[in-house]
Design a binder for this molecule. Structure first.
Ligand code: ADP
Ligand code: MG
Length: 249
């Protein structure tokens, strides 16, 4: 279980997140929707402590920690349990698929090479890349690169999988392949996904968080958090309705 309460974050004078609270159970996929600039990436990064929030409480498993004043030990504890799938892949161009996954384990977690290789091979098989292990990223399609990123994230055996627009650069067929993979994984992980794709949100999310922006330069805020059926069939206000129906300005 992952829960956050009253997460706040500003960059300089710009307030980006204002009192965001969410709760996700293991086995659930939560999708974060909202216009560009509303703070979705910042929230995901804060959850993985890639960004330090200015305030807020995180509860993960049986641990509760202050997101602003967390000790380096607590931060390491959370990082060990979370994995991030980046929008722009963040792969090493001069390393093969296998080496890319292994690096997260050897350099990232201090694992011995032979064990890292065994785990990396399994993670690549799990995402359907068993025949692409020795390929460099430039020789993989977008969908394969994204599945490689997911393999890299899974290899560290996280509890929480954070995905920032994982399909935004993919064609519809590769998108469906990644969604199938997410559906296969969902029972074993707590998954938080940012997407702009409404159909995708409707297909994969159990819960939907809708972020909104009053105006550019104003803080993003969580407009509401609800089960996906309600979000799509009974939007709670006009802006959410415009957003889910694709009429957002
Ligand atoms: P989204 O992912 O919803 O598009 P972001 O979380 O990327 O939104 O950004 C929210 C706001 O925070 C934007 O106005 C963005 O310019 C600002 N922002 C994000 N990261 C930084 C940063 N490292 N430094 C300064 N401003 C940032
Ligand atoms: Mg973003």
């Amino acid at each position: 279980m992952l829960e956050i309460k009253n997460v706040k974050k500003s960059f300089g004078k710009q307030e980006v997140l204002k009192d965001v609270s969410l709760r996700v159970e293991k086995g659930d996929v939560i999708v974060i929707l909202g216009p560009s600039g509303s703070g979705k990436t910042t929230l995901l990064r804060s959850l993985a402590f890639l960004e330090k929030a200015d305030g807020g409480v995180m509860m993960l498993g049986d641990k509760s920690l202050d997101m602003h004043n967390a000790s380096s030990k607590d931060i390491a504890w959370v990082r060990k349990r979370t994995a991030f799938v980046f929008q722009n892949y963040n792969l090493f161009a001069n390393k093969t698929a296998l080496e890319n996954v292994m690096l997260g384990l050897t350099a990232g977690r201090g694992m011995k090479k032979d064990e890292a290789e065994r785990i990396a091979r399994k993670a690549l098989r799990d995402v359907g890349l068993e025949d692409r292990m020795d390929y460099y990223p430039s020789r993989l399609s977008g969908g394969q690169q994204q599945r490689l990123c997911i393999a890299r994230a899974l290899a560290v055996k996280p509890e929480v999988l954070l995905m920032d627009e994982p399909c935004s650069a993919l064609d519809p067929i590769s998108t469906l392949a990644v969604e199938d993979l997410i559906n296969e994984l969902k029972n074993d992980y707590t998954i938080v996904i940012v997407t702009h794709n409404m159909q995708q949100a409707a297909r994969i999310a159990d819960y939907t968080a809708f972020f909104n922006l009053k105006a550019v330069g104003q803080p993003g805020h969580l407009e509401y958090f609800t089960d996906t059926t309600t979000m799509f069939n009974n939007p709670q206000n006009e802006e959410a309705e415009r957003y889910v129906s694709g009429r957002f300005g």
